[in-house]
Design a protein around this ligand. Sequence first.
Ligand SMILES: C[S@@+](CC[C@H](N)C(=O)[O-])C[C@H]1O[C@@H](n2cnc3c(N)ncnc32)[C@H](O)[C@@H]1O
Length: 326
Amino acid sequence: MSEAPLTVDVHLTPADLRDALKDDVATGLRHRPRSIPPLWFYDERGSRLFEEITRLPEYYPTRAERRLLAEAAGRIAAIARADTLVELGAGACDKTRLLLQAMHAQAPLRRYVPLDVSEEFLRAAAAGLVAEFGALEVHAVIGDFQRHLDRIPFGGRRLIAFLGGTIGNLVPAQRARFLFDLNCTMAGTDHLLLGADLLKDPERILRAYDDAAGITAAFNRNVLHVINRELGASFDVERFEHIARWDDQQHWIEMRLRSTVDQTVIIEDLGMEIRFAEGEEILTEISAKFTFEQLQSELEAAGFVVDETWGAAEGEFLLTLAHPYC
Ligand SMILES: C[S@@+](CC[C@H](N)C(=O)[O-])C[C@H]1O[C@@H](n2cnc3c(N)ncnc32)[C@H](O)[C@@H]1O
């Protein structure tokens, strides 16, 4: 049997990405607290480092989510009855295989649409799936899930997966906006499968973001390599240490980079000179942890009806299948 083609739509060219990075760095590093949005971790190297993180003994979310998917994929496929799987922030498209296999066993599976900002990494992952799932049409989209939801191919019955706890990287107002915008792009027959990390012992969460092997530290610092390369900056990466801190009010982990000395960094392409005092920090990621009730109410507020959930009893990670209320 001949392989179905791989299509790649690019809504973020390298030039678009550079412009967006310029805006985010210029704004984020001028304001206090200084911050850089987490999508800039994920160049090719950052995507590989994230894959390494998912295999660390301390990083429980990926294993917990995979266990739930293995248990629930058949039921998810039976409820959604979708012929298209869309995956937002698809990364290595790894856990996806469990869904694709279950969907294939239920009904004719037509198309897989992974969307991610990390072009080279997504192209390689998508090509791997084409080789593995012969007749499946793979239509990859290089884009930003906060800006390009309207560019996702429409038609058929779609299951839209947003896995890995990535929803937790958005602050509450961004989350509400994202879920509402996503709902607006969905047909009444589409379903959303959301994977979110649950609130639990903060010590356990902290270990997952500050592993003994230092892989998360390398991932965190990677954003400085990206800014050096793309914007001609002079960050001395070794002079910023990785910090993971639990915020007990907001129920989220913060990853930060802390300057270990007084130092000045030049960002040539922005004409910026930034002085960092010793101990000064840059916020690079939040990762919110949810209660069951909070997720239900955020989904309902965005116009979704929850079909079924998996994982609440174990209290590790939650999978929620929902569809738009209409
Ligand atoms: C936490 S990883 C999760 C990867 C994969 N879904 C998993 O469950 O292992 C987040 C993924 O989302 C992508 N990503 C982050 N921000 C994004 C954005 N704004 N738009 C599109 N993709 C984004 C990253 O490149 C990365 O592949």
